[in-house]
Design a protein around this ligand. Sequence first.
Ligand code: DIG
Ligand code: MN
Ligand code: MN
Length: 386
Amino acid sequence: MYEPKPEHKFSFGLWTVGNRGRDPFGEPTRAALTPVQLVHLLAEVGAWGVNFHDNDLVPIDATPAERDQIVRDFKAALAATGIVVPMATTNLFSDPIFKDGAFTSNDPAVRAYALQKTINAIDLGVELGATVYVFWGGREGTESDSTKNPLDALKRYREAINFLCAYVKDQGYNLRFALEPKPNEPRGHIFLPTVGDALAFIATLDYPDMVGVNPEVAHEHMAGLNFVHGVAMAHAAGKLFHIDLNDQLFGRYDQDFRFGSVMPKQAFYLVKFLEDVGYSGSRHFDAHAYRSSNYEDVKAFARGCMRTYLILKEKAAQFNADPEVQQLLAEINADDGTFSYLSAGYSRETLAKLRATTFDRAALGQRDLPYERLDQITLEILLGVR
Ligand code: DIG
Ligand code: MN
Ligand code: MN
């Protein structure tokens, strides 16, 4: 039961199971594992895919010969395990050159370097099979808004993404971009802070069809937002190209906890949504084990992410099949068709009919809404007593 299979499309970044436990207040608690070792660890726990930033795989100062050897070794590990590479991305945040951003840096040389680095990283990702390319602009932001006009920053961001979309088209790559929002950390304020901002930004691009979003649970929770509502917004816009699953409380630093480990009820609604709409992308866990964990516990963390997803998937099916839930939903959404004429949109006839309608406000205000009963049933399904 709850064993991960390739068809579940569970993926992890090298940086997730390879996280060494460093945090802003402490040195690493785990030894470094090589990308090849991490691929074998992921195969051992039953993952389907592995993702990476360019420098998770190829050190920033590697020579071309070293790069090619690393790629050969990595490809051999992928072939030996059957693990695939669904997504790749660029590290535009670790090196000091990016201290004031990459695409939005005030220094045109840094912006140009970020473009060059991303082009090379796109080539690397495509070479290893990626079809989604994520842009998390962790350093694209400010501490002091005296330093950067947001219009200039967004213009630079737009020019960079437009340039890179044109590059991908020119190369004929089968690759789509997914912007990953986050409100802050490591910058005091990060541009494109939420799913809504990213969707608005995409609409201003030269090739909007190539660009979607990669929402992350923890990042919307940091902003105190309902993650499922943001995911639904992206899905409705045809822009849910990828998703970063993890967990945390609202208003905390980016905790990247094991999926479902903090707010299982919200995780349930997310899994229910993804399964109900038939989301076909990666279920990517951008999360890491506690600093206190050793690698056996890191494997437990990875298994836990996938098990929890599968358990909640089963709970969602149970919810959908529960007769009392279905009866309550039918009650709540009762519609005798009286107002169906409005769904055809505006017309003079519709307007006249609407104007001529009288409403019994008191009666409508007294309508039964058994939401407590429905939510209690939901909770009892999750608690396993139903
Ligand atoms: C952090 O949430 C970001 C980076 O780890 C990476 O660029 C992206 C890919 O999922 N998530
Ligand atoms: Mn995160
Ligand atoms: Mn992420």
